[in-house]
Write a protein that binds this ligand. Structure first.
Ligand code: C5P
Length: 230
């Protein structure tokens, strides 16, 4: 079995309102992208990392990361699924000849993922179903209509999906292509796999693995990164 990581970083990150794509916002002297990629580069069993960049990316070449021997790049597309597919094509080029290639897809905006959780995902996700880090809900879940609460759902049935998500290379490529062809917006890899009839394993992650979306999330990420350093 060969393992690769793909990190889509071709989004605009417009909800951050910081005037630059959020993956290049700095925290503790490194960009979010560098923090998000670091745990994968630290793990020797991962052959390489493919970063998917926007065509007009002007920042990546300035980072020391761009000269790392295990880091490769691809050019992203208009939708996240297209960006991931572009990254998977680069994985396929580099892993030709290997039968069982598995790929960890991780958001460039999740800088606090723990190495031990990536390893647990590897150990718990089997070849056929793959898996993803996720957390059970703690809040009560409401269905809304016009800002009114019309129903309370059984929260034991719901988890919040995180990344990384781990799947077989060719199964994931096929599933993403099918979702794109069907015109479905794919917000994570597991949703494309579910459409293909696969039930990915939910592997319990941590609260610290936040997705930095709004400016205030940076302070939270800073808190979790400081804790990791201890
Ligand atoms: O927008 P959102 O936070 O869901 O994006 C998740 C990840 O997907 C980010 O790392 C973003 O850069 C990436 N992305 C991409 N190509 C797109 C859209 C999003 O690589 N077209």
């Amino acid at each position: 079995t060969r393992y690769w990581a793909v990190v889509p970083a071709a989004g605009g990150g417009t909800r951050m309102n910081l005037g630059r794509p959020k993956q290049y916002v700095e925290l503790r002297a490194r960009t979010l992208l560098e923090w998000s990629v670091a745990p994968f580069l630290d793990l020797g069993w991962i052959d390489g990392v493919v970063l998917v960049l926007a065509r007009n990316d002007g920042e990546y070449a300035r980072l020391p990361l761009s000269r790392h021997p295990r880091v490769h790049t691809a050019i992203g597309g208009a939708a996240r699924a297209e960006s991931v597919l572009a990254g998977l094509a680069v994985v396929a080029e580099h892993s030709r000849g290997f039968r069982d290639v598995r790929v960890l897809v991780h958001d460039a905006a999740r800088p606090c993922v723990a190495r031990s959780d990536i390893e647990r995902l590897r150990d718990e996700a089997d070849e056929r179903h793959g898996g993803l880090l996720a957390l059970p809900l703690t809040d009560t879940l409401k269905r809304s209509q016009h800002n009114r609460s019309v129903e309370t759902l059984d929260r034991r049935e719901f988890w919040r999906a995180q990344t990384p998500q781990l799947f077989g290379l060719e199964a994931l490529r096929a599933a993403l292509r099918e979702s794109i062809d069907a015109g479905i917006e794919v917000t994570d890899e597991a949703s494309a796999m579910e459409r293909a009839g696969v039930q990915p394993r939910l592997v319990r992650g941590r609260e610290s693995n936040i997705k930095v979306t709004f400016p205030e999330d940076l302070r939270l990420a800073d808190f979790w990164l400081a804790r990791q350093e201890q």
